[in-house]
Structure formats: C-alpha cells, structure tokens
Ligand binder design. Structure first.
Ligand code: C5P
Length: 222
C-alpha cells in the first residue's frame, strides 16, 4: 500500500524545514528538504567556478552530481559527491545565488526527477516551493506555510546568528523579499500554492502549534 505523502511549500523562512522534519519524525516518514538540493548544486557550481547562468553546463553538472540527504531525524546533513556540505550550503553566498540556479528549467528537471524518485513509494514529507503543484501533485496532504516578512526575517536572523554569521536584520529582510520575488515570478514551477493546499499563516504561532495542526491534517488522511 502506498504510504502517505505530505507536501509543504512556502516562501523563505516560513518555518517549513523545522516543521516538516518534526512531522516526519512523529509519523515515521522520511523528510526530504528539496531546497537543500538546489543549494547543493549552487554550492558545487560556485566551488568549481562554473558560470551559474550557463544552463547547459549547470544541468550537466547536476546530472553527474550525487546528492545525499540525511534521512536521520537528528540531522539535516547533506553530502555532495561524498563530501559533507551541511553548513556550506547555508552560507550567505549560496543563498544569494540559489535562485539563479533554481530558475533554470533543465536543472529543475534533473532535481525534480531525483525528488520524485525519493517520493515514489510515498512515506515522505517533502518541503520546497513546487512540491504540491509539480513534484508530488498527488500528495494526500498539501500545506502552504506563510508568515509575515518581518517574522520570517527575524527567524532567519536568529538562525544565522546561531550558525555564527554576522548578519543585519534589514539586509536579511531585503534578501528574503528579493528571493521570494524571484521564486514567485520565475517561468518554471514558480512558488505558488496548489489549488488544494491548506494555507497556514504561522505568524505568531509557535512551532508546536504549527506541527500539531499539520499532524491533525495528516491523521485525518491515514
Ligand atoms: O528552502 P530553501 O530556502 O533552502 O530553498 C533555497 C532556494 O531553492 C529557494 O529560494 C528557491 O529558489 C529554490 N527552491 C526551489 N524549489 C524547491 C525548493 C527550493 O526553487 N522545491
């Protein structure tokens, strides 16, 4: 029997990964962070001096790249061709360039194939921008998480400080706004809610509140 698939989409900093990881843990499902895959390719291209705007080169590189995501609930480890890049893919440099890579349809096709393969048998909680609309359109549960830009910037600020980066809250707000605009307005699989997605504004909600609401939705689909 196909197991439950849960798609969690939304803009940057809406809390998707924290929430998705916990939902997966509680339900014994695998968590797939698709943003980490776009980040991994961006990191590799930057590290190897590849022209990020050259779609053909980036696509071929993506095809040859072995991306592994930790399915262990404790971590969010990511490996590229056997090298751990968990911290590196969250750097401001990767964050600033990831939308360029994510805007390329052929690169997306390569990563979407990998994501669909991971979700083929169900039993996954996948988060991203196009999971409910494109990657797993048949997911039983689809959630579109949002929060005000102020709240999202504050959350990202705290995360970056925790990781040891010096960041400015106003600059972060601007960067998040810019990335959202690019993600929403790109031609291929733009950020938008699936028609059958449940919208959840997490501004002012605790993480536990959000998790329990999504768990409730999942349990009604079991
Ligand atoms: O989720 P995260 O903020 O780590 O995603 C980084 C970037 O990857 C997003 O800003 C977006 O450009 C891209 N992305 C995407 N489709 C996904 C997941 C992420 O285009 N499914």
């Amino acid at each position: 029997m196909k197991q439950l698939s849960v798609a969690i989409d939304g803009p940057a900093g809406a809390g998707k990964s924290t929430v998705a990881r916990q939902v997966a843990k509680q339900l014994g499902l695998i968590y797939v962070d698709t943003g980490a895959m776009y980040r991994a390719i961006t990191w590799k291209a930057l590290t190897h001096g590849v022209d990020l705007t050259h779609e053909e080169t980036v696509t071929q590189m993506a095809q040859r790249t072995d991306i592994r995501l930790s399915t262990d609930i404790k971590g969010s480890d990511v490996w590229v061709d056997g090298t751990t890049v968990t911290e590196e893919i969250r750097s401001p440099e990767v964050t600033a360039h990831v939308s360029t890579i994510a805007g390329q349809s052929k690169v997306r096709e390569v990563l979407v194939d990998k994501q669909r393969e991971m979700g083929r048998k169900g039993g996954v909680v996948m988060d991203g921008r196009d999971i409910g609309t494109h990657v797993l359109p048949d997911a039983e549960v689809k959630v579109f998480l949002t929060a005000s830009i102020e709240e999202r910037a504050r959350r990202r600020y705290q995360e970056m400080i925790r990781r040891g980066y010096e960041v400015d809250l106003e600059e972060l707000k601007e960067e998040i706004g810019l990335r959202d605009e690019k993600d929403k307005n790109r031609e291929h699989s733009p950020l938008r809610p699936a028609e059958d997605a449940i919208h959840l504004d997490t501004t002012g909600l605790s993480i536990d509140d959000v998790i329990s609401r999504i768990l409730h939705l999942c349990r009604t689909n079991l």
